[in-house]
Design a protein around this ligand. Structure first.
Ligand code: VG1
Ligand code: CO
Length: 568
């Protein structure tokens, strides 16, 4: 006798609509009876379609509160739906980049059909924090819009789900677990070590012995010290294994490496506000490089000695410019780079100099997938501390750190020297982002509607602040046509582009779980021969543009906020 499949009646829940990167809601919302089951059933039906029977998926997440319960639900619902196998990270734990790699690698010679990631990424966790579920496709990347749209459609009509209620799987222990499901067939859960495959991948991409020599001081005659903050998120075990065991770094220079269900009460977002302690510690000058990572391990912030901040738009451009330092790319043809629209255009200048293509996509990693699959881009990134390459189909925080270390090992210069030389060569794309988190949703929507209505009238108009005047060249709502499959994404952010190339961009976040978050992005180009301004602080250089931006959108009026929550 096998395990029975129970067909359970259910009702749709409103709002199970995946955003920029999966479905993210407060934990209590996920804890409602049938809420997770409904969404998992919809993922299996829409995400796998006719491939569902016999399919294999990878399952894991950043270990946040509710991960264990959700992993259990996924196992039971998958078994009942006729999947043949789940590959589950031990304790339901896998960083987002590690999971993407496991999908792409295949499992015991068989294709893996996708994965389910349990994370709300940079959003806080714990019983009152956020939880999230995301579906990735066979290429290892986040599901494209047409898939998430059909997942959502199913959640609006669902009236039953299938579950093997009595199936028990102890996924805290590595091993193979096999079951017979009544009327369905054989079902296997392979619980795997969460770290090994990812570490092997990094060893293939980078020259570990060379990075090890850099850290040990064999390349420059002086030890190179890193200070790394995993923010109690998913990178801890990966960073400890790679940096300490493989590369010989001092374990005391690794902070908050133990993943915690509530991230130790912190906000696992690696930016200047939430990783402030790291920035402060770097100011003592004892370390040569600092890095922080987000909850699920796909974001990174890079800092140099004394807290020198590397703007993510610059980090992307520097890695692209030094692509030949990374062994992985030496044996591959590189055709181009990509960045999300709000990301400053530093990488465009590198592409131009190298005679390569560059693509401008909407916000969200899913839009890079087709370009990578088609071999059009090798490296891509977002201003939101996301950098990655075609080694997987997610952004990758640990990869970005290793890319920097490899470049530092080759060039034997400081982080600050590398970035300043980059500006001297290409000019500087100065960038800042203001986030107004958790504002009243009605006010935020009004702000966007009010601003969009005025855009046509802005074209050709002058705007001034602090004695500087900018003339508007283009004002629109960004739209993207995927050059590979022709799909169109509309309403991807309001842009005001001035004649000198400076830009203001306004977007509503698609990763929040309550209220609304308004993002304001500002960037401007300083040519390399403008030496009096090239090295000035970003906030000084962008002050007039920020004042213009806050004025045109009537930020304070619509949000009641005098200041943003986070400034990057
Ligand atoms: C934010 C960032 C976006 C990123 C997304 C997911 O989206 O702006 O660049 O891809 O988070 O990152 P939004 O819609 O809130 O602006 V993560 O680290 O949550 O997977
Ligand atoms: Co993330």
């Amino acid at each position: 006798m096998g395990i029975a499949v129970v067909e359970t009646p259910t009702k749709p829940f409103a709002g199970q609509k995946p955003g920029t990167s999966g479905l993210r809601k407060r934990v209590p919302e996920f804890q409602q009876l049938n809420y997770t089951e409904n969404f998992v059933q919809a993922i299996l039906d829409a995400g796998l379609g006719s491939k569902k029977k016999g399919a294999q998926l990878v399952v894991g997440g950043d270990g946040r509160f509710l991960s264990m319960e959700a992993t259990n639900v996924i196992i039971k619902v998958s078994a009942a739906n006729g999947l043949s196998r789940l590959i589950v990270g031990q304790n339901g734990f896998l960083s987002t980049p590690a999971l993407s790699n496991l999908i792409r690698k295949g499992h015991e010679g068989r294709v893996v059909d996708g994965g389910i990631i349990l994370t709300a990424s940079h959003n806080p966790g714990g019983p009152k924090g956020d939880f999230g579920i995301k579906f990735n496709c066979e290429n290892g990347g986040p599901a494209p819009d047409h898939v998430t749209d059909s997942i959502y459609q199913i959640t609006t009509k669902i009236d039953k789900y299938l579950i093997a209620k009595d199936l028990e799987c102890d996924f805290t222990q590595v091993g193979r677990y096999e079951y017979d499901i009544d009327g369905v067939g054989h079902f296997t859960v392979d619980v795997i070590d969460s770290v090994t495959a990812y570490v092997d991948l990094m060893k293939d991409i980078f020259d570990f012995p060379k990075i090890k020599s850099l850290l040990a001081g064999e390349l420059t005659g002086r030890k190179f010290r890193v200070l790394l903050d995993s923010m109690h998120g998913a990178t801890g075990p990966y960073i400890s294994t790679i940096l300490v065991d493989c590369l010989g770094a001092d374990a005391n220079d690794l902070l908050r490496t133990v993943p915690k269900p509530d991230f130790g009460g912190g906000h696992p977002d690696p930016n200047l506000t939430y990783a402030k302690t790291l920035v402060e510690r770097l100011h003592t000058g004892e370390h040569d490089l600092g890095a922080a990572f987000d909850g699920d391990g796909d974001r990174n912030m890079i800092l140099g000695k004394n807290g020198f901040f590397v703007c993510p738009s610059d980090s992307l451009a520097v890695i692209a410019d030094n692509i030949d330092c990374i062994p992985y790319f030496r044996t591959r043809k590189v055709n181009g780079f990509a960045r999300s629209m709000p990301t400053a255009g530093a990488v465009d200048l590198v592409a131009k100099a190298k005679g390569l293509q560059v693509y401008e996509t909407p916000t969200g990693w899913k839009y890079f997938g087709n370009l990578m699959d088609a071999g059009r881009i090798a490296i891509c990134g977002e201003e939101s501390f996301g950098t990655g390459s075609d080694h997987i189909r997610e952004k990758d925080g640990v990869w970005a750190l290793l890319a920097w270390l490899q470049i530092l090992a080759e060039r034997k210069e400081t982080v600050e020297e590398i970035v300043s030389k980059h500006w001297q060569k290409y000019g500087r794309n100065v960038f800042t982002r203001y986030d107004y988190e958790n504002v009243d949703a009605a006010g935020a929507n009004l702000l966007m509607t009010f601003l969009e209505a005025q855009l046509p009238a802005f074209v050709g108009r002058d705007f001034s602040a602090n004695g500087v005047t900018y003339k508007v060249a283009v004002a629109d709502n960004f739209q993207y046509t995927d050059p590979v499959d022709g799909s169109v994404a509309t309403k991807q952010g309001l842009r005001i582009v001035f004649e000198d190339g400076s830009r203001l961009v306004f977007r509503l976040s698609g990763t929040g779980s309550a209220g609304a978050t308004i993002r304001l992005y500002v960037d401007s180009y300083i040519p390399s021969n403008d030496s009096s301004r090239l090295l000035l602080p970003a906030h000084e250089l962008l002050k007039p543009l920020v004042l213009i931006a806050l004025d045109v959108c009537k930020m304070e009026q619509f949000t009641n906020r005098k200041a943003p929550t986070v400034i990057t």
